[in-house]
Design a protein around this ligand. Structure first.
Ligand SMILES: Cc1cc2nc3c(=O)[nH]c(=O)nc-3n(C[C@H](O)[C@H](O)[C@H](O)COP(=O)(O)OP(=O)(O)OC[C@H]3O[C@@H](n4cnc5c(N)ncnc54)[C@H](O)[C@@H]3O)c2cc1C
Length: 434
């Protein structure tokens, strides 16, 4: 029986699904010993730090991750960062294969003047702030203004807009970070405007998320019926299935009777951000007005401004580079997941860029694992254990993580929350008994 040693760097969905594909590929003559290395004291990637707290069902996929982690021949090395605590060569020398599943964590820039003003944030910072990611607890999120503008037309933009527009007590039963619930409770924001560059028919929202919006109890969701009808005219009688279902969902939003709630979430289409104005902080955003001509989005040459104190851009993500790995267009350079000239592979958002839901990473990882297994040498290398390099370093093992998890869940129970997340690294380590 040959046992190949495989390192997986990044404990998000893609990393776990890669581990699962390896476990499922074990046979009578070969097995895999999996070491999963994660920079945070907590695993689960964006399932913990990205998925919106008011979508708890989606997070139940973490049960699958825990099953994988406890299936045997699996070790977690949490609180260990590749590029800082370990280097690429440490892993490529010791493991038969190294899988990089470090995701895509940097927000793409708008690239417009004023983007660096106080009150201009990226969803890549704002989302982990409300999700208790320990690197973002100190983020300055000014909520002392009436209006916030969110730039983008995907589900992340919608999550951000919804989180800002909700009545904060709707978050009481969620695992939103305590510091964020407190800040949102004091928030003066009553108007959230989501601005999309293209038309309603081009939006990357998915229809289940759109269909949820009219159910918001304390927020009026507004869309311009004329913009939706114009989009319907443009797509004709037989649009693509997803476009049809989005436009139908938008139609329901338009038709819904408006209430007297003071909170509004407004969708505006065909607007391109040009400049964020303000001297020391955001006071206004200028946007170019677009139109659709011959199926193309073009500028009308006209502009408009919206007075606001907060701008959050949600226009995509790029991978944070790790020394020794080549990146292009915000992702790792790879061929079907193989990193050329090395025994490294990549899966998930680090490989494909920031697209696809959690499940997409499963099929993607199993395809890459097939190639990895084809490439394995006849005999495993047996070249030392990574623990020898981590002497004196505080490593969060699976049992430490289980203690953190149990403590968070226990704290949430009397409050009717799935968990109370610790947002501080030291506190997380303490909960793990470290
Ligand atoms: C805001 C947001 C909301 C989303 N909501 C949904 C949703 O509701 N439903 C859905 O299906 N999908 C959703 N998605 C998409 C889903 O989260 C992704 O498809 C999935 O998380 C990608 O998995 P990944 O493993 O590639 O990356 P990630 O989940 O980002 O995991 C990467 C992991 O690598 C770790 N890491 C990074 N660098 C290092 C390093 N140098 N050393 C060690 N570890 C490192 C990170 O800490 C992280 O744990 C959402 C995405 C975002 C951004």
């Amino acid at each position: 029986m040959r046992t190949y040693r495989i390192a997986i760097v990044g404990a998000g969905p893609a990393g776990y699904f890669a581990a699962q594909a390896l476990q499922n590929s074990a046979s009578d003559d070969q097995t895999f010993a999996i070491d999963m290395i994660e920079r945070l004291p907590t695993p689960w990637g964006l399932v913990r730090s990205g998925v919106a707290p008011d979508h708890p069902k989606i997070k139940t996929v973490s049960k699958v991750f825990e099953k994988i982690a406890t299936a045997g021949n699996f070790r977690l090395f949490g609180n260990v960062e590749l590029g800082t605590d370990l280097q690429i060569k440490d892993l490529t020398d010791r493991y038969d294969a190294v899988i990089v599943s470090t995701g895509s964590s940097l927000g793409k820039k708008l690239g417009i003047p004023g983007e660096n003003l106080q009150g201009s944030l990226s969803a890549a910072d704002f989302v982990p702030w409300y999700n208790a990611h320990p690197d973002f607890t100190a983020l300055d999120v000014p909520l002392d203004c009436d209006t916030a503008v969110v730039i983008g037309a995907g589900n992340v933009a919608m999550d951000v807009a919804r989180m800002l527009a909700l009545e904060p007590h709707e978050l009481d039963a969620t695992d939103t970070a305590n510091h964020a619930i407190e800040a949102l409770r004091k928030s003066s924001i009553r108007r959230v405007i989501l601005c999309a560059r293209r038309g309603p028919e081009h939006a990357a929202f998915t229809s289940p998320e759109l269909r949820e919006l009219p159910k918001l109890e304390h927020t009026n969701v507004l869309m311009d019926g004329n913009q939706i009808s114009a989009a319907r005219d443009r797509v004709g009688a037989e649009p693509e299935k997803d476009v049809k279902s989005n436009l139908d969902a938008m139609g329901l939003i338009v038709e819904r009777e408006k209430t007297s709630h003071e909170r509004t979430l407004e969708f505006e289409f065909l607007l391109t951000p040009i400049e964020i104005h303000g001297t020391d902080r955001v006071t206004e955003i200028a946007l170019g007005i677009n139109e659709i001509k011959d199926g193309k989005v073009v500028s009308t040459g006209q502009t408009k401004t919206i007075k606001c104190g907060l701008v959050v851009s949600a226009i995509g993500y790029e991978a944070a580079p790790i020394e020794g790995i080549t990146y292009a267009n915000g992702k790792i350079v790879n061929t079907d997941g193989r990193i050329s000239g090395t025994n490294m592979y990549t899966v998930g958002w680090a490989k494909r860029g920031p697209s696809g839901v959690i499940g997409t990473n499963k099929s993607d990882a199993s395809e890459v694992i097939k190639l990895l297994i084809e490439d394995l040498p006849k005999e495993p290398k047996n070249n030392g254990d990574v623990t020898e390099l981590l002497q004196g370093h505080t490593v969060v093992t699976q049992s430490h993580w289980e203690a953190i998890n149990a403590a968070e869940v226990a704290q949430g129970e009397p409050l009717g929350k799935p968990r109370v997340k610790a947002a501080d690294r030291h506190e997380l380590l303490r909960l793990g008994g470290l």
